[in-house]
Ligand binder design. Structure first.
Ligand code: GAR
Length: 189
């Protein structure tokens, strides 16, 4: 059984979906750690309620990114983490973590990469007027929402409001991410 850590910054609906799949025996892994850069985020409460160890930090308490990524790495090592899953973690991961976890850090992003990187990707795509929207899962590198693509799922958003498109994307994320995590584990990530 491999140990996974989830990194998140906000509401944590993907955290919920992954944890539900673990508890239902659909992902062969143990969720041993939540890392969050916003101590007041809802996802931190969710982890506490589920008795998941949590490292919630304020980046301002550290000299720089290398300093807090070193603190995160220490937590991951102490928890024997094998795979890091970014789920709404709105920070670029530095070489400190990338070198310790080569090809073992993955991310989900709510657009068809390489289009619409960064924050508010769904609104960016909607405002641009695209007719096909979607979700990407990819390995993480030092570029914002960069790295080799693992999976994508697209849909035709014509006739949808922004709210409907957002809801649709989140529904896809909550199905696709657990499925692909399990596939990577089965293939021996
Ligand atoms: C998700 O839609 C995820 O794809 C996105 O943040 C949201 C987090 O929602 N991630 C990014 O934009 C990464 N660049 P959640 O906290 O409810 O899981």
């Amino acid at each position: 059984m491999i140990n996974i850590a989830i990194f998140a910054s906000g509401t944590g609906t993907n955290f919920d979906a992954i944890l539900e799949n673990i508890n239902a025996g659909k992902i062969d892994a143990k969720l041993v750690l939540l890392v969050c850069d916003k101590p007041n985020a809802l996802v931190v409460d969710k982890a506490h309620k589920a008795n998941i160890d949590t490292f919630a930090f304020n980046p301002k308490d550290y000299a720089d990114k290398k300093a807090y990524d070193s603190a995160i790495l220490k937590q991951c090592e102490q928890h024997h983490v094998d795979l890091i899953i970014l789920a709404g973690y709105m920070r670029i991961v530095s070489s400190i973590l990338l070198q310790a976890y080569p090809n073992r850090i993955i991310n989900i992003h709510p657009s068809l990469l390489p289009a619409f990187k960064g924050k508010d990707a769904i609104k960016q795509a909607y405002d641009y007027g695209v007719k096909i929207m979607g979700v990407s899962i990819h390995y993480v590198n030092e570029d914002l929402d960069g790295g080799a693509i693992i999976a994508q799922q697209a849909f035709n958003n014509e006739g949808m409001s922004l709210d409907e498109a957002e809801q649709h994307i989140h529904n896809i994320e909550h199905q696709l991410y657990p499925k692909k995590i399990q596939k990577l584990i089965k293939e021996g990530i």
